[in-house]
Write a protein that binds this ligand. Sequence first.
Ligand code: PRX
Length: 664
Amino acid sequence: MTDATGDGGQVQGAAIEDYLAELRTFPPPEEFARSALVSDRTMYEQAEADPEEFWAAQARALTWFEPWDQVLDWQLPFARWFIGGRLNVAFNCLDRHVEAGIGDKVAFYFEGEPGDRRTITYAQLLDEVGRCANALRSLGIERGDRVAIYMPMIPELPVAMLACARIGAAHSVVFGGFSADALRDRIEDASARLLITADGGWRRGHAVELKANADHALSSGARSIENVLVVRRLGDAAGNLVMQEGRDHWWHELVSGQDPHSPAEAMDAEDLLFLLYTSGTTARPKGIMHTTGGYLTQVAFTHRTVFDLKPETDVYWCAADIGWVTGHSYIVYGPLANGATSVLYEGTPDFPGRDRWWSIIERYGVTTLYTAPTAIRTFMKWGTEYPAAHDLSSLRMLGSVGEPINPEAWIWYWQQIGGGRCPVVDTWWQTETGAIMISPLPGVTTLKPGSATFPLPGIGAEVVDDAGRKLERGGGYLTLTRPWPAMLRGIYGDPERYRQTYWSRFEGRYFAGDGAKVDDDGYLWLLGRVDDVMNVSGHRVSTTEVESALVDHPSVAEAAVVGANDATTGQVIIAFVTLKLGLEVGHEHAEVLRAHVVEKIGAIARPRVVIFTDDLPKTRSGKIMRRLLRDVAEGRDLGDTTTLADPAVVAELRRRAATGSGEE
Ligand code: PRX
């Protein structure tokens, strides 16, 4: 491992310039590589030689009721995979494991936030899914219907999803943190007939009353809903819960009495498995469509290879919420398709104490942790004493998803959580891609902190310039060059918006909306959403690189930078910085950080203003809302902030921006 950063050799006038060079490298630990599922490049070569045959081979790892007659039909931008093939996702996730004799194996170790625990085996999960499927049928739900799901992170959530899949209804899971209005809009867009919810869930010690929200949604619209199925989670803690006669049904009354046997529908490979709405900040949400055969093929393949899954011994924990695509693909469908044992945790990382996650890892002997940079930076802010107080030696693999991971956050994760022995896979993908696209394979790839490294076998990804020409080196736009099995099949009800949003910017390519750069070794580095690129004196500077330079300073836990309009330079850089807890720094610290950025990147990236803040405004999925920060920086009206995790953060930032803390 070398430790140096330096001049990135920027190219003037490039689509996005490239300033930060991270030179530390981490080859796969020898012992890890020796027993890894994939330990050489053969799979990449085979996939490159014949991508369709490669994906067909992965699809054969699933159980099909009918084989397909054609692997791919590609009418740009519409793809169909495994045409004519028939299968059932729930059958693949449950029945085939029970039939193979591993029914007693643990599927989920569930831990509720208050400390309640349940261990659920594959056989038990199959029974519960069968009962739920029969309950859905008893409510008139049929193949082809849509079912909205609005639930906390309890086992009944994956049960409900799998029951839909079993009978061929598509689910639309709406994250439990969303408002009644957001729920109503999504129900209406999908014309869902049934809503599955709970009286509520636990979050940071408080009861979140989901049924009350659902009632608001249904009283203000959402007329397509005929029945509501309600899980009792809170019991007496659930305030004044009203069950509407004829419409609302308790889960424990309706589901528990059903027969556990329920036939799994033979679905077409291209039947809709689910809709998942991408949480736009203001624009109308897009119902991203995912289908059956291709989706399951790619999530199962990526879950197995990216996390080097050893299903007999691993205890895998994806700490996302099932309400996001990460939870759909890597808590529910990928792990269950692979017969893995997972942890499912309901609550927040700081309840009752800031060591909750580490106590969970210790208790269940978690081997594999998959989380987001926002969580890692929060743990950095809290300090090392919380993980240090627990035995984390069971861990052997770490993963990151959702945002670019700053190199220093990567190193912290590697050292403080992974004990310097666990490969860290930085996985790039989107709700739209359905499954991981760009990621290391931990037994093969030499890691560079902050780089998602290379496209996975079978995936085509290239960085292009403004004119859509492939770049061998430097910064530009990330595009995908060929269809992939788990790709979105469209935006529900709006094929034209699908074509416009993803396929119109570059001819024949899918444009993800992200900036990326390629380094001298061909590694890919994600640079954030291109809408966030700043233009400083004619240079296009990536927010991610300046943020990483700030986080590189030992005092900084998290940083967000935005460009604010400036008459002289086009834009100036405004930095919002959260320091590690317990640090006392004076006003002059802003200058220290500015100088640090200049040293790491160059004078071009020097922030004009540094605003210190205890928190940054984030979406519910943990992404920093740069649009809002730009508005704060430029003193604009903020518009709708209800999709924020904590709207109070913005008011506080405004106050600090107005008093100009740290202005140069
Ligand atoms: O900007 C990229 C960022 O998250 C976006 C996709 O967000 P979403 O659909 O909510 O899905 C998140 C979970 C898959 C991308 O366009 N993103 C996701 N993973 C990474 C990332 N940015 C950099 N590095 C990643 N590993």
